[in-house]
Design a protein around this ligand. Structure first.
Ligand SMILES: Cc1cc2nc3c(=O)[nH]c(=O)nc-3n(C[C@H](O)[C@H](O)[C@H](O)COP(=O)(O)OP(=O)(O)OC[C@H]3O[C@@H](n4cnc5c(N)ncnc54)[C@H](O)[C@@H]3O)c2cc1C
Length: 342
């Protein structure tokens, strides 16, 4: 095989892709990680991470740098700020074209392209990201002890997170653009019964203001068009999530929310193509869950490659040995077969 052939190509270098890289390279797989953008993914947008086990507090940038260094130390190749221009996964050797000119091939692929929270796209939102504006209550709720905060949204996650944020906040105002909610009735009842929660219906935030940190927002009523100013220390924008799977449409199976459909081993609908992290069908999108997915996808890809190699090298009589152990996991099967042959 040529220099551009790898055992596994990982697409995406957030926590899921980098973790997959660590496990693969440490397992002696020739591994290439291709990333459109800065290595680290959403982690690098995170001012402070306080829920990664074993590290009390760390900036997202520093955590990304540490995980990247760990992946490189085991021999991973990482190419960042590239553009994926073509993906072909149907044959047993899969190919990925980069920048319209270089083609890399792999025996297995791990898709770890992550995604991003939907934003309001109004003035000041970008400026106060991480300085009062958040998209993740699980990540940042704890930073708003005894503060007055807003939750934007009317779906289930907005309602669930609004209720959970009352553990920390002095008050939570749910701002919603319509006169009705999309959340489940029981979630609405729970929020309405919570004395810390109030509602501003048919209203939209039109501007975020402050100096170093968020201090107030402009809110416009959608019917009267009247604009009011509200003092607030935190705003959680919980209006949905977009997986970065545009380039995977028609390549692997996606669900109606454009998330990659995977099985328990995190394999997609194509043999040898796995997916991990925020881009797959899942409920909880965290660094720890992305890291766990990266681990599972890497181990599954290694099993896939080892099984294929063992099967192609096995004589009929030796195949029987595999069949005798068919109730065992593929890793154990391989281990026993290799030991037997020695
Ligand atoms: C502001 C903010 C704060 C957060 N705070 C926390 C926190 O405190 N604790 C916590 O646990 N979680 C936090 N999260 C969530 C956490 O960052 C994500 O769950 C996690 O990063 C998901 O990891 P991932 O590897 O699946 O995807 P991502 O981190 O999204 O990484 C995906 C990578 O793939 C690249 N990519 C995308 N498309 C392609 C393509 N077609 N080809 C090649 N590369 C591609 C992207 O550029 C990116 O580098 C936060 C998220 C945000 C936005």
């Amino acid at each position: 095989m040529n220099d551009n052939h790898y055992d596994v190509i990982v697409i995406g270098a957030g926590p899921a892709g980098l973790t997959a890289g660590i496990y693969l390279a440490r397992g002696k797989m020739k591994t290439l990680i291709l990333n459109e953008g800065t290595v680290g993914g959403q982690m690098v947008l995170t001012h402070e991470i306080a829920n990664y086990p074993g590290i009390e507090k760390i900036s997202g940038f520093q955590l990304a740098r540490t995980i990247k260094a760990q992946a490189l130390s085991f021999g991973c190749t990482i190419k960042s700020n590239i553009r994926i221009t073509k993906l072909e996964f149907e044959k047993s050797i899969k190919s990925v074209e980069v920048n319209g000119k270089d083609t890399y091939t792999g025996d297995a692929i791990i898709l770890a392209t992550g995604g991003k929270s939907r934003t309001l796209n109004v003035p000041g939102e970008e400026e106060f990201k991480g300085k009062g504006v958040s998209y993740c209550a699980t990540c940042d709720g704890d930073f708003f002890q005894d503060k007055n905060i807003i939750v934007v949204g009317g779906g289930n996650s907005a309602f669930e997170e609004a209720v959970s944020l009352t553990k920390y906040a002095k008050s939570v105002t749910i701002v919603h653009q319509f006169d009705h909610f999309q959340a489940f009735p029981h979630a609405i009842v729970e929020a309405k019964n919570n004395p810390k929660i109030r509602f501003l219906m048919e209203s939209k935030i039109t501007e975020f203001n402050g100096t170093e940190k968020l201090a107030m927002v402009q809110i416009q009523h959608q019917m009267t068009k009247e604009i009011t100013t509200m003092a607030v220390e935190g705003v959680f924008v919980l209006i949905g999530y977009e997986p970065s799977t545009q380039k995977l449409r028609g390549i692997v199976a996606l669900n109606e929310r454009n998330e990659i459909i995977v099985d328990q081993q995190l394999q997609t609908n194509i043999a040898g193509v796995y997916a991990a992290g925020d881009s797959i069908t899942k409920r909880y999108r965290q660094i720890t869950t992305a890291v766990a997915d990266g681990t599972i996808a890497a181990l599954s890809a290694m099993d896939y490659i080892n099984n294929r190699n063992v099967k192609s090298a096995t004589q009929p009589s030796q195949t029987n040995i595999l069949l005798q152990h068919s109730e065992l996991s593929p890793v154990i099967e391989n281990y026993q077969l290799v030991n037997y042959l020695h």
